[in-house]
Design a protein around this ligand. Structure first.
Ligand SMILES: C[S@@+](CC[C@H](N)C(=O)[O-])C[C@H]1O[C@@H](n2cnc3c(N)ncnc32)[C@H](O)[C@@H]1O
Length: 274
């Protein structure tokens, strides 16, 4: 197993952060560790479905209609308009990335998602991959919202109609379970986003995280990563290379549903045969 100290990750200055960042990290660490002790739940949180989408631009309308036809889904029948739009957006990105990289379409198998937040995009992964089993793994799954519900409560609502789907509150760095496809949307590879998510820098260890990916990935499995812009994708790619993952290509994605800068970069990886 690759440990941070044996690989030099612990000494990597790009992961330590500046003095100010380390001070902020201590503050977040206090709340993070306090939160870890309380697994509070108010019960399943169910969103009030929008039923119909309103006030879409022409471009949004066209793209959503095409995704609805091809994937036979209507996210708005289970989610609010805001959530449904985000779900269509991730589906759009997956769909674009898959065709740009000419990846093979297969269904079934176990799909794991790393750092799922409250797993609002579980229906998207389920629709796109049609997995036999879908698992979201989130280290801060008990974080509470202002309405008293936790991420875990929301996740239970998002996955309630998806068979064989689970949400695990766990640190992926210690999550040992085989998978055919592993996805990571915006994994932490630099200090700033960790702090922006109000988390301590102790969670920033891409080498340990990606080596766990390499261990969990089945032969012929795919690791799919989305990063925020080329610069972040390049940093993430260099960590993936260090753990022996092999690139099958990457591409920038232009969302017509929720345009954002820098453009998200989708990359695809396989395990080294050795
Ligand atoms: C930038 S956010 C992205 C959230 C989500 N993937 C999305 O696209 O909306 C990164 C997420 O990864 C989670 N995370 C960070 N390190 C983790 C780890 N070692 N194991 C599991 N989750 C982790 C964070 O708590 C956070 O929710």
């Amino acid at each position: 197993m690759l440990a941070a100290s044996s690989t030099g990750e612990g000494a990597d200055p790009s992961l330590r952060g500046s003095f100010q960042q380390r001070v902020r990290s201590h503050y977040h660490a206090f709340w993070y560790h306090l939160g870890e002790r309380f697994a509070w739940s108010r019960g399943i949180y169910r969103e009030r479905p929008a039923e119909e989408l309103h006030d879409l631009s022409g471009v949004q309308y066209e793209r959503i209609a095409s995704l609805q036809r091809r994937f036979r889904i209507r996210f708005e029948q289970r989610a609010t308009q805001a959530t449904a739009l985000r779900q269509y957006d991730y589906l759009d990105l997956l769909d674009q990335g898959w065709s740009a990289l000419r990846l093979p379409r297969s269904t079934g198998g176990t799909v794991q998602d790393i750092g799922s937040s409250n797993f609002w995009y579980a229906p998207t992964l389920y629709t796109f991959f049609r997995p036999t089993k879908l698992i979201g793994v989130e280290v801060e799954g008990h974080r509470m919202y202002i309405n008293g519900y936790s991420r875990h409560d929301y996740a239970q609502g998002y996955i309630q109609d998806l068979s064989n789907t689970e949400f695990h509150v766990q640190d992926y760095r210690r999550y040992c379970s085989p998978a055919h496809i592993i996805t990571a949307w915006y994994p932490f590879v630099t200090p700033a986003p960790v702090l922006a998510w109000r988390l301590p820098l102790s969670l920033l260890s891409p080498l340990v995280l990606f080596s766990q990916v390499a261990r969990n990935l089945q032969p012929h499995g795919l690791f799919l990563m989305v990063n925020q812009g080329r610069e972040e994708a390049t940093i993430a790619a260099s960590w993936c290379g260090k753990v022996g993952l092999i690139s099958c290509g990457s591409c920038e994605l232009r969302s017509s549903l929720r345009p954002r800068l820098p453009l998200p970069v989708l990359s695809c990886w396989i395990r080294s045969p050795a």
